[in-house]
Ligand binder design. Structure first.
Ligand SMILES: Nc1ncnc2c1ncn2[C@@H]1O[C@H](COP(=O)(O)OP(=O)(O)OP(=O)(O)O)[C@@H](O)[C@H]1O
Ligand SMILES: [Mg+2]
Length: 239
């Protein structure tokens, strides 16, 4: 694998929350890789460490030991300021809980990553409108996110994650609140984004209706990666 192929390289990563009797060993030595041009899924039971791993890769959560490299940069060698700039430039994150800003309109929420990256307001709004159309929610731009249903909020979160065309898109249960057809459309959009050179989409999911979109499937359990399947539509048949 050359440097461009290896988008994410995680070795022996541990993360413990709390101390003493209350300690939760969320990651117990995770090895994980993602390649350029792929859509990689992560599956595993509730509480096995999936969201913790995504947060470590996105640089929003520190880890206790091990190595995490994203696009060839070691996260633990970056200052907080470098990490924030790196994240804003290269990573789109769709959170399990959406994390939309309630005091901003839908359109304003989607413009945020562009404004952070120095795009002017007019262009940011035009691009946000086009992206909201793509996720089929173009008419709701002026409303507050709290007026929208869970599935509609999820699509706004997806639009926000894609708007600045990040090289790495990290999605925590992106279709959990969506009906089958909308979920398929969202996955088609994520798949097409993943095909770009040096790009990568990572999807944590429990939704077996979308497993066929994965190039590879990583199975986690009990704070570790247990198995990686190539071509899961074949090897995961029957799951
Ligand atoms: N901020 C935190 N403080 C304390 N414990 C935490 C924290 N975040 C996660 N944990 C614990 O770490 C473990 C892994 O949590 P994580 O959220 O990564 O699981 P998950 O695989 O994403 O589960 P789910 O499928 O339910 O989203 C769990 O036991 C959880 O309770
Ligand atoms: Mg989770």
């Amino acid at each position: 694998m050359n440097g461009l192929d290896r988008v994410i390289h995680v070795r022996g990563v541990t993360k413990t929350f709390g101390k003493g009797d209350a300690a939760v060993h969320a990651l117990k030595g995770v090895d994980f890789d993602a390649r350029g041009g792929e859509l990689l899924m992560i599956v595993g039971p509730s509480g096995c460490g999936k969201t913790t791993l995504l947060s470590v890769i996105a640089g929003t959560l520190g880890f206790d030991s091990g190595e995490v490299e994203v696009f060839g940069h070691s996260l633990h060698t970056m200052s907080q300021k470098q990490l924030t700039a790196f994240r804003a430039g290269h990573i789109g994150f769709i959170f399990q809980s959406f994390n939309l800003i309630p005091t901003l309109s839908v359109l304003e929420n989607v413009t945020v990553p562009l404004l952070i990256n120095g795009v002017g307001l007019k262009e940011a709004e035009d691009r946000a409108r086009a992206m909201l159309e793509k996720v089929n929610i173009g008419k709701r731009g002026d409303e507050r996110p709290t007026n929208l249903s869970g599935g509609q909020q999820q699509r706004v979160a997806i639009a926000r994650a894609l708007i600045h065309e990040p090289r790495l898109i990290i999605c925590d249960e992106p279709t959990s609140a969506l009906d089958k057809d909308t979920g398929q459309r969202v996955m088609e959009l994520l798949s097409s984004v993943a095909r770009g050179p040096g790009r990568c989409v990572i999807v944590v999911t429990h939704d077996n209706r979308i497993f066929n979109f994965a190039d590879r499937m990583t199975e986690m359990d009990d704070g570790r990666v247990q198995r990686v399947h190539e071509n899961p539509s074949k090897s995961m048949a029957g799951h």
